[in-house]
Design a binder for this molecule. Structure first.
Ligand SMILES: *Cc1c(COP(=O)(O)O)cnc(C)c1O
Length: 872
């Protein structure tokens, strides 16, 4: 029989063990091993069957069993202790509480996806996992964050394979009542509702679900409510589902509905209003429009310009991709259609359209670009690794014409990973790295106290556990592909717990080059089957459902792994998710990453591998470009970007094979290898590297990796960077803008308008210099006089700079230094003489120039307004 209606009945827990309810709904269990162990101890079989999901687990325990547990003093005592531990975790002051008054009282963090646990499958890949780790680290550090996102009925898809290795997608429907969520309710008990107008008089209503990520509330908007028509109901049906209007409505709900949800949450909980708004990638950018709408319709309404200034001051935008296809772009007409319906009734639609306009060379005037809007609506912006910062400054330089790329106001904060989520407890347990009292981030240097044998034994156990997991998953996958048990005996001996294990798992966009390892299949086969130094490879990854090129890559790879000659040494596992990842990262000896540089913005899977003592073998892209130090892994050399994609793949694949054969495998097996590495120099090399079966050099690389990368890649480090470099400055700017009825915001808006309107009058008329010897030499004092016309502007409005230093063949300054010139004489009619002196400190080609910039104390960077007059 098929049910016509379904609902989930919530468990009623007996009073003495009622705290299990909070322990199950607060997602801290997802990174707190003792809480998970507590659940497991109550009924290990049910715990397995409920796939380690505390809410599902509690739903499957019988009333009789609960009654028995409630009578057991040991159980009651352990639950009380766990509950008390959680209470202290939630309430005691933590790192952030020691920072004083300047830090924001609350930060709103918007993201289209959040990857917190496999139990809440609201993520597709790196962006979502990063957002989940951001919330968890904020919780651990006491950073007062509130997350804002959408609740997708089906989350992202589940991946399986067809017999001929083509990706199959399914979208199992989630029941919010069976998830670790609570519905936000009004005081009268009815669900809180957020409403947005849609075209043609339609309305979009959404409920707000609350997840608790330790100390951090996460608000998730859900459009699947009875008051909606069918179209509105399905807006939050799946993550990144559909294109065009569907996607746009998701983003309108996330950004504009998200701010409304926050206001409702504030009202119902009496919490402080956020002082900083952080947009994790462009998808949530409409939050800026909603805030401008609020400011333009308040008791003392601001004008568009004033509201823009005030909103930007407290907004942070993080860009996550240098891949053009990764940026959301809509038709400008589509945006007009939705905003004309009254989404932001006091904001002129034309102004909104200007915010997303690609107003630079090569831009498309008919397009509305969410990243461009994100940058215009945020006074502070960042990329997610140093290299990605550079790439982003170049990519978006068109928005700041006249400035060097290095001056484009996009900084970088390198991503990190939430260590307690991703580290296997047996790794940190070896040295008590995370023991209480070891401080924020733990004491990774303690790993040097651990014996080589112990590390090797832990690594083998982790590898063995992965091997078992691969066998189980492979068997399940083959059964789905239509194989009978009788054909599957071979899966029981797939992989070997003593063979060097290489992992590769990630989404499958083209730039990540899933199939680079197949470039020379014969060579790969040789490496897998090498009689002395064999390798084995575990691979996983989902392709976007609309990306047939990605699915073809998966198919090519799976077909290779299906070959009976090699299938015991290479496996593709379907349905990569957090649960798989937590066994995969610790179980691999080497983590492989071979994107097309520089398209990997940061990448975090290699970080998760590193904290478990896996060594990275990666192209110098994203985080690895800044953290590879020569002894914590290997760098796959990058071919010239002048080469064709084909040639690049050839060159880089060959380098990869060589590295594995000559460096990685010999070191793992403790023989000196045939390569030219410093430590394998012929007979003198350490041929006894494998003392007592333990490869000492390999272990020294593990220790080095753990001690150096452990602290550097942790999300605690990342959160600290955000707090210092972005959140605190944004909170200060926001407060300054708001003070005295938005006095500064009004003043800055008026000043900006004045400066923009009159900027074309500013000219560098004439420059003269003196003070150089006949043949210029080091130590000469160069005096520069600049005659400027500022039109109606005053010296107080501008900064006049002398840029000087080495020049290259085309007269570009290379290591530019900056000195400020002072106004020394008012020459009348808007003309001024500026002057300054610098000392020549280098021999060789030298050059200088003068430029004029707008100056105001409330600007966060010299380039902010995109205005500059360069001499010449
Ligand atoms: C870490 C992680 C990712 C992101 O990995 P990248 O290296 O950034 O590609 C994606 N999916 C899962 C399940 C992860 O754990």
């Amino acid at each position: 029989m098929k049910a016509i209606r379904r609902f989930t009945v919530r468990t009623v827990l007996p009073e003495p063990i009622a705290a299990l309810g909070t322990l199950a709904t607060n997602l801290r269990w997802s990174w707190h091993q003792p809480t998970r162990e507590l659940f497991e101890s109550l009924d290990p079989v049910l715990w397995e069957e409920s796939r380690h999901d505390p809410v599902g687990f509690l739903g499957s325990v019988t009333r009789e069993k609960f009654a028995a547990l409630a009578e057991d003093p040991d159980v009651v005592g352990r639950i009380a202790a766990a509950s008390e531990d959680l209470r202290r975790y939630l309430e005691d002051p933590r790192w952030y509480q020691s920072l004083g008054e300047d830090v924001p009282r609350r930060i709103a963090y918007f993201s289209p996806e959040f990857g917190i646990t496999e139990v809440l499958p609201q993520y597709s890949g790196g962006l979502g996992i990063l957002a989940g780790d951001h919330l968890k680290a904020a919780s651990d550090l006491g950073v007062p964050l509130v997350g804002v996102g959408l609740l997708y009925q089906s989350g992202y898809f589940k991946q399986a394979l067809s017999r001929d290795a083509w990706q199959q997608e399914t979208y199992p429907v989630l029941d919010p009542d069976a998830l670790p969520l609570t519905l936000l309710k009004e005081e009268d008990g009815s669900p809180a509702v957020v409403t947005l107008p849609l075209p043609n008089g339609r309305k979009l209503h959404a409920h707000i679900w609350r997840a608790d990520v330790g100390r951090v509330p996460l608000l998730l908007l859900d459009s699947n409510v009875p008051a909606n028509d069918d179209g509105a109901r399905t807006i939050t049906d799946r993550l990144y589902g559909g294109g065009g209007d569907h996607r746009l409505q998701q983003e309108l709900l996330l950004g504009m509905g998200g701010v409304k949800a926050l206001r409702t949450f504030e009202r119902l909980t009496g919490g402080p209003a956020p002082e900083v708004f952080h947009t994790n990638e462009g998808h949530a950018g409409f939050l800026g429009i909603e805030r401008i709408q609020e400011l333009m319709s308040g008791d003392e309404p601001l004008s568009w310009d004033e509201a823009l200034v005030a909103g930007r001051a407290s907004t942070v935008f993080t860009t996550h991709t240098p891949v053009a296809a990764g940026i959301d772009r809509f038709d400008a007409a589509q945006i007009r259609y939705f905003f004309d319906a009254g989404l932001a009734p006091d904001v002129p639609t034309g102004k909104i359209l200007e915010l997303g306009r690609e107003s630079y060379d090569g831009g498309d005037p008919a397009v509305f670009n969410m990243a461009v809007m994100g940058l215009r609506l945020a006074q502070r912006a960042n990329g997610v690794a140093k290299l990605h910062g550079e790439v982003s400054r170049e990519m978006f330089a068109g928005l700041w014409p006249g400035f060097d790329h290095s001056e484009v106001p996009i900084t970088s904060v390198t991503n990190g990973v939430h260590v307690p989520t991703w580290v296997d407890p047996s790794v940190t347990g070896m040295a008590d790295i995370m023991a209480p009292g070891s401080g924020v981030g733990g004491r990774w240097d303690l790993v040097f106290n651990v014996g080589d044998e112990e590390i090797w034994a832990v690594r083998r156990r982790l590898r063995e556990r992965l091997v078992e997991d691969v066998r189980r998953r492979l068997r399940a996958s083959w059964k789905k592909r239509g194989a009978a048990d009788a054909e599957l005996g071979w899966t029981e001996s797939v992989l070997d717990p003593d063979v060097l294990t290489i992992g590769f798992a990630r989404r499958v966009p083209t730039y990540k080059r899933l199939t680079l390892m197949l470039r020379d299949p014969a060579r790969l086969k040789q490496l897998l089957l090498d009689p002395e130094h064999p390798i084995q490879i575990v691979i996983a990854g989902k392709s976007h459902p609309a990306d047939d090129a990605g699915k073809k890559m998966i198919q090519d790879l799976v077909r290779f792994t299906d070959d009976p000659d090699v299938r015991h040494r290479i496996a593709f596992l379907p349905n990569y998710d957090i649960a798989m990842a937590r066994t995969l990262f610790p179980g691999c000896d080497v983590w492989l990453n071979n994107p097309l540089r520089p398209l990997e913005a940061c990448g975090t899977s290699g970080m998760k591998a590193a904290i478990n003592g896996s060594l990275n073998l990666s192209v110098l892209d994203g985080w690895w470009d800044e953290m590879f130090d020569g002894s914590n892994g290997w760098a796959i050399p990058t071919a010239s970007d002048k080469a064709s994609p084909h040639e690049r793949d050839d060159v880089e694949a060959a380098a990869l094979y060589d590295l594995i054969e000559n460096q990685v495998a010999p070191r793992f097996y403790g023989s000196s290898g045939k390569g030219a590495g410093a430590d394998s120099a012929g007979a003198a090399g350490p041929s006894t590297e494998r003392a007592d079966g333990v490869p000492t050099h390999w272990i020294s690389m593990i220790k080095h990796t753990l001690s150096h990368l452990g602290p550097a890649v942790s999300a605690d480090r990342m959160l600290g960077d955000y707090v210092r470099a972005l959140y605190t400055p944004a909170a200060k700017s926001g407060r300054a803008a708001r003070a005295d009825g938005f006095r500064q915001a009004r003043e800055l808006a008026a000043w900006t308008k004045h400066v923009r309107t009159n900027w074309s009058q500013v000219h560098v008329e004439h420059i003269e210099s003196s003070g150089l010897s006949e043949v210029p030499q080091i130590g000469d004092h160069l005096r520069v006089n600049a005659y400027l016309n500022l039109g109606v502007l005053n010296p107080a409005d501008v900064l006049v700079e002398l840029g000087y230093g080495r020049v290259d063949e085309s007269d570009d300054l290379t290591d530019t230094r900056i000195a400020e010139l002072d106004a020394v004489q008012n020459l009348g009619n808007g003309r001024y003489l500026y002057s300054g002196t610098v000392t020549i400190e280098h021999s060789g080609p030298f050059g200088y120039t003068v430029r004029v910039l707008p100056k105001h104390e409330a600007l966060a960077s010299k380039a902010e307004l995109g205005l500059v007059v360069n001499a010449g």
